[in-house]
Ligand binder design. Structure first.
Ligand SMILES: *Cc1c(COP(=O)(O)O)cnc(C)c1O
Length: 392
């Protein structure tokens, strides 16, 4: 269907941080399939693990116990404050599960008949109906009304606006089931969460037994240089979702929760494909390789180097780059109003053999595989600079 406005580029093969088109032309990949390909392309360890799993078992359904799924749930819980996990196939689905959990929490714990979920303006939570309703961007709602009821929005990182909305919603008694937040907004322009804002939201949620849910679909699984964005923020959620980077390119999503809010009972929620042996093998391998290759430390080192290099680049082109912001290997280059747009710069970079992705009209996102190295980042800066010059 006519769903996507695609670039005229056909990528047929990849190795590490490099992608190759049909003519053998090589592109440095700072997109990673939109923050997905954690270990880069056709990683030999992931490939071997998946080939072995294909020779053993792919899918049996959640009618039966799945040892790979149990192992993956343990791996996630050992690396976070979560104590139980539900598996699905994408970020939107993980958020749908979180939204259902929030509503059940509202009914069960707070006695709310028509629970409301608060989420941020400029957020992104996916395209299924409830997830897109939670997404605080009217452009994603247009043409698909009526939206799902029970969602209200507040400006991100704005504590007084949040307090005012909470007070309004709760004026006549309990009404709010959950607050859903990205620790760092990705799609909405790479805007890091403010720790003081998040700490205060945590306090207010605790006072009223409101669920605090983090959408870690883009920043989770190591991209921030910590396992989770909330680790970097220093604020713990009651539940959080993940997807993009978890399977290293194999579709898997998950909702991880504290035991106290593990409200789902048999029959409440399900997924046919969710957490099958094949996808769980992929995620287990990604987690093991992040540790074996010490990628969290590596991401922190690459963040420092990239930020330094981008600052120098911005200094050489003062009219073009307004600022650089982000966490770890999710960095946003904010372009100034008078220069080229994000879309123009992404196109020019492609012509120089560099793949980038916009995050809104004025922000270019750098989200490479976590295995990217200094020499690649030097190439990235060279090609980005050439692209900037070609546009001026
Ligand atoms: C990409 C993204 C989603 C949606 O994930 P899909 O797998 O495309 O459904 C949800 N939340 C955030 C923060 C994302 O970046």
């Amino acid at each position: 269907m006519g769903t996507y406005a695609r670039y005229p580029l056909e990528l047929v093969r990849g190795k590490g941080v490099w992608l190759y088109d049909r003519n053998g032309r090589r592109y440095l990949d700072a997109v990673a399939g939109i923050a997905v390909c954690t270990l880069g392309h056709s990683d030999p360890v992931l490939r071997r693990a998946l080939c072995r799993q294909l020779g053993k078992l792919q899918h049996v359904s959640n009618l039966y116990r799945i040892p790979e799924q149990e192992a993956l749930a343990r791996a996630i819980c050992e690396r976070s404050a979560a104590e139980a996990v539900f598996f699905c196939n994408s970020g939107a689905e993980a958020n749908e599960a979180a939204i259902k959990l929030a509503r059940k929490h509202g009914h069960l714990v707070r006695g709310i008949e028509r629970p409301v979920i608060l989420s941020a303006e400029a957020s992104f939570h996916g395209r299924t109906l409830a997830a897109v309703t939670a997404t605080g961007q009217p452009k994603y709602h247009q043409g698909f009304e009526p939206m799902v009821e029970g969602f209200r929005y507040f400006p991100y990182n704005d504590i007084s606006a949040f307090e005012a909305l909470l007070a309004e919603c709760e004026a006549a008694g309990p009404r709010v089931a959950a607050v859903l937040l990205e620790p760092i907004q990705g799609e909405g322009g790479v805007i890091p969460g403010d720790a003081a804002f998040f700490r205060r939201v945590r306090e207010l949620c605790d006072q009223r037994q409101i669920l605090l849910i983090f959408d870690e679909v883009q920043i989770g699984v190591g991209r921030s240089g910590h396992w989770w964005g909330h680790g970097r923020l220093g604020v713990e959620p009651d539940a959080f979702t993940m997807a993009k980077g978890l399977g290293g390119g194999i579709p898997i999503g998950a909702l991880a929760v504290k035991a106290a809010v593990d409200h789902f009972r048999p029959g409440d929620h399900a997924s046919t494909f969710g957490g099958n042996p094949f996808v769980c093998r992929a995620a287990l391998t990604v987690i093991a390789e992040i540790e074996r290759r010490r990628l969290l430390d590596h991401v922190q080192a690459m963040e420092r180097f990239l930020i330094e290099q981008l600052a120098e680049l911005a200094g050489r082109h003062p009219g073009h780059i307004e600022m650089v912001r982000g966490w770890g290997l999710l960095q946003g280059v904010v372009l100034s109003e008078q220069g080229p747009t994000a879309a123009e710069l992404v196109k020019a970079a492609m012509a120089e053999g560099l793949l980038l992705v916009p995050a809104g009209p004025r922000v270019v996102r750098i989200v490479p595989p976590l295995v990217i190295r200094r020499r690649h980042l030097r190439k990235l800066i060279q090609r980005l600079e050439k692209a900037l010059i070609s546009l001026s």
